[in-house]
Write a protein that binds this ligand. Structure first.
Ligand code: PEP
Ligand code: MN
Length: 340
């Protein structure tokens, strides 16, 4: 159930409704909206009888949330969520471009790429310090040394940084260095990790599980929000299908579906979807055309020497061209949307 407060409801009235609900054993969570506050009722096993709630001072109406995800749903919060990080706004505020190497390999490598992607138009830097690799013999990332390099990149370039947290063991460490904590495709349903991310002060970039439905993905986001973290950014990165010509199949329809169902920002990662450099630019341009709130692209100054995902990493010169193309395409559709 969602209790929608009247526009003129005061702080005391909102608090009174919360305490009435909690006195009845429900968990109540205020959700500030554009012009009014709503209160979500969570963890109820049965539908909540709303007749008495509607009588409380300041209450406009009590509505049943029809979707299994509640805090994530547009029913609960009609306005788009905008996540602010280091001066960058993600979520229906233009298209945010995140770029960097798959993995942080050295300070020189990270710094060179960071300067190049920034000059090309990236606003956020990416790079893994803890890498989830298919083989235990592949490069696993530099760990804390990699996080320290990311910190240096932020200090030098001013760009916020996003990096993956793989498990509970390294969560505290990763959140101490990262501006955005990434949960990768392989961990989308790691519920203890999701809960921990929900207790973090950092925004969370939640990638779609490689075999997850949109509903399962939104339920994973619900785990994070239910713990109190409202700053979740969803990332479509392709799902596993029968095709062999690409690493995954990028599900573009997820973008409008998520934008209809949820207020959370959604970005697209064409690099892990494609798996091959020649597919990355067309997919990234298409992400701009479907009005994703951002893209995350792997870029490497020497892809042939990269310790992970070199074959899908763009050359910095390609990335520079791509940024211009994506912005132009994104703007075309923003203008036509506004004319509707
Ligand atoms: C990544 O972005 O570094 C990554 C490993 O992506 P995914 O979890 O989508 O495979
Ligand atoms: Mn990668």
């Amino acid at each position: 159930m969602l209790v929608v407060m009247r526009r003129d409801a005061g702080k005391e009235q909102i608090e009174a409704v919360i305490s009435e609900l909690e006195a009845k054993g429900y968990k109540a969570r205020p959700i500030p909206g554009g012009d009014r506050v709503s209160i979500a009722v969570l963890f109820n096993k049965e539908p909540v009888d709303s007749t008495w709630v509607q009588e409380l001072p300041g209450v406009k109406e009590a509505i049943t949330v029809t979707r299994p995800f509640k805090l994530v749903s547009r029913e609960t919060k009609p306005e788009d969520t905008v996540v602010s990080v280091g001066g960058v706004k993600i979520g229906n505020q233009g298209m945010v471009i995140i770029a960097g190497p798959c993995a942080i390999e050295s300070e020189d490598q990270a710094m060179v790429i960071a300067e190049q992607v920034k000059a090309a138009g990236a606003e956020i830097f990416r790079g893994g310090a803890f890498k989830p690799r298919t083989s235990p013999y592949s490069f696993q990332g530099l760990g804390e040394a990699g996080l320290k390099i990311l910190e240096k990149v932020r200090q030098t370039t001013g760009m916020p940084v996003v990096t993956e947290v793989m498990d509970l063991v390294c969560f505290d460490m990763v959140e101490a260095y990262a501006d955005i904590v990434q949960i990768g495709t392989r961990n989308m349903q790691n519920f203890s990790l999701l809960r921990r991310a929900g207790q973090s002060k950092r925004p969370v970039l939640l990638k779609r599980g490689m075999s997850a439905t949109v509903e399962e993905w939104l339920m994973a986001a619900e785990y994070i929000m239910a713990e109190g973290n409202p700053n979740v950014i969803l990332c479509e990165r392709g799902v596993r299908t029968f095709v062999r010509h690409s690493r995954n199949t990028l599900d573009f329809s997820a973008v409008p579906v998520v934008q209809r169902e949820s207020h959370l920002p959604i970005i697209v990662d064409p690099s892990h979807a494609a798996g091959f450099r020649d597919q990355v630019m067309p997919l990234a341009r298409a992400a701009a055309a479907v009005s994703a709130h951002g893209v995350m692209v792997e870029v490497h100054n020497e892809p042939e020497k990269a310790r992970s995902d070199g074959v899908q990493s763009l050359y910095p010169q390609q990335f520079e061209v791509l940024c211009k193309q994506m912005r132009a395409i994104y703007d075309v559709f923003q203008t036509t949307e506004r004319l509707k």
